[in-house]
Ligand binder design. Structure first.
Ligand code: 13P
Ligand code: 13P
Ligand code: MG
Ligand code: MG
Length: 374
């Protein structure tokens, strides 16, 4: 492994049991995952790894040489979740195995429940990356912050003043209902891009790419977001998707502080209690990645890394563990009170079409025959 060689970063996560309820991951699950990934590192399957949590989601962060969608790496993650689920069952954790929606691994973990964000990159001389991990929300929660990082000059000064960024970026947007994708150029197609990604429950940013002429090859992602939709796999509500993202920084990309800046605004996301409510996302240090009030409010942690020339993950740095985000947290708590006072009313509770996969249709079904024509 050396500078200029390809390396893959994989973040694969799953909720395999909460402690208690949907609160957080039990340390025994982290210990088990550490043990299994250490073995794979020793055997040379992966180069390096780190295991952590965000709320009740177990997070595997790995570097390796096998590329994205590697059967070996996905299989490793699947087996790790499976084995840790046995411990979750033993401990009687809530929803043990919640996100393992299929029985047998069939070569790729996508569509089986866990969330996946992976990128294969050509290692730069210095490679700063941030992994973001959210709990109690859905992939569209990343639309606003990723847009701000790579397309909003009021967030990212580099778009205006750095000649290496001035040309902008390309956004790959997925329509997760129709299973289609489109690539849009920023800034030329900024308004088209916003027309789509403002509808965050349907159109989600999957990748950001540089343009031709950038020092990074234009087919190499600079950001990737997990876009799994649990209800589509399960056919019913089994928990929110609780997405993850990987973002590269510096040297012609947003600086570290430009990558973090969007989270100074605790924007509204959907998820929270029973996956059915809008609420603010709070940027928190790891020790507060523990949704409690009304099973929330939704959380995001940011872990900072340098990948060294051998592919080692130098980190994590707990990036939201800083007073600079105190006001965002305070604001989020204020919004929490305000939203909560709406109780079961929209727009705190999600609109009907988004409630389709929750337990609400069961209630409406019961009333069906009592409706009279007007
Ligand atoms: P249950 O208590 O029936 O699991 O539902 C509430 C919940 O937490 C939804 O996941
Ligand atoms: P998770 O998606 O984090 O399991 O949360 C489920 C839930 O319903 C919380 O109220
Ligand atoms: Mg859960
Ligand atoms: Mg969760």
């Amino acid at each position: 492994m050396a500078i200029g060689e390809k390396i893959t970063i994989s973040v694969i996560k799953a909720d395999i049991g909460g402690w208690p309820g949907h609160h957080k991951v039990h340390p025994a699950l982290i210990e088990k995952a550490n043990e299994l990934l250490a073995k794979s590192k020793e055997e040379g399957t992966i180069i390096d790894f780190h295991v952590t949590y965000c709320g009740d989601d177990l997070q595997l962060i790995m570097t390796h040489k096998k590329g994205v969608d590697s059967e070996e790496i996905h299989g490793l993650a699947w087996d790790t979740f499976k084995e840790a689920t046995e411990i979750a069952k033993e401990l009687g954790l809530y929803g043990a195995g919640q996100d393992l929606l299929k029985d047998a691994f069939s070569g790729n973990i996508r569509g089986m429940g866990p969330g996946v964000a992976e990128m294969e990159i050509t290692l730069r001389r210095s490679e700063p990356i941030v992994t973001f991990h959210m709990d109690k929300t859905e992939p569209g929660a990343f639309n606003l912050p990723i847009f701000r990082m790579f397309a909003d000059p009021f967030n990212t000064a580099g778009l205006v003043i750095d000649p290496h960024m001035h040309m902008g970026f390309r956004f790959e947007v997925w329509d997760i209902m129709e299973h289609k994708r489109v690539i849009l150029n920023s800034p030329e197609e900024l308004y088209d891009l916003l027309a789509l990604i403002g509808a965050k429950s349907r159109y989600v940013i999957k990748h950001v790419f540089p343009k031709e002429g950038h020092a990074i090859p234009s087919d190499e992602p600079v950001a990737v977001i997990s876009t799994e939709k649990l209800f589509e796999i399960a056919g019913e509500y089994v928990g929110k998707d609780d997405p993850v993202a990987i973002v590269r920084a510096q040297s012609g990309l947003p600086a570290l502080g430009e990558v973090l800046e969007p989270f100074a605004f605790p924007h509204l996301v959907s998820g929270w209690m029973r996956g059915s409510h809008n609420g603010p996302i709070i940027p928190v240090p790891l020790k507060y990645a523990t949704p409690s009030r009304f099973d929330g409010p939704p959380r995001v942690i940011a872990l900072g890394w340098q990948i060294n020339k051998n592919g080692r993950l130098i980190g994590p740095v707990d990036l939201f563990d800083d007073v600079a985000f105190d006001d965002a947290r305070r604001k989020a708590l204020e919004i929490t009170d305000y939203m909560r006072r709406h109780g079961p009313f929209e727009p705190h509770r999600l609109p009907l079409e988004e409630m389709e996969y929750t337990t609400l249709p069961g209630i409406l079904e019961k009333l069906k025959d009592r409706f009279e024509e007007l």
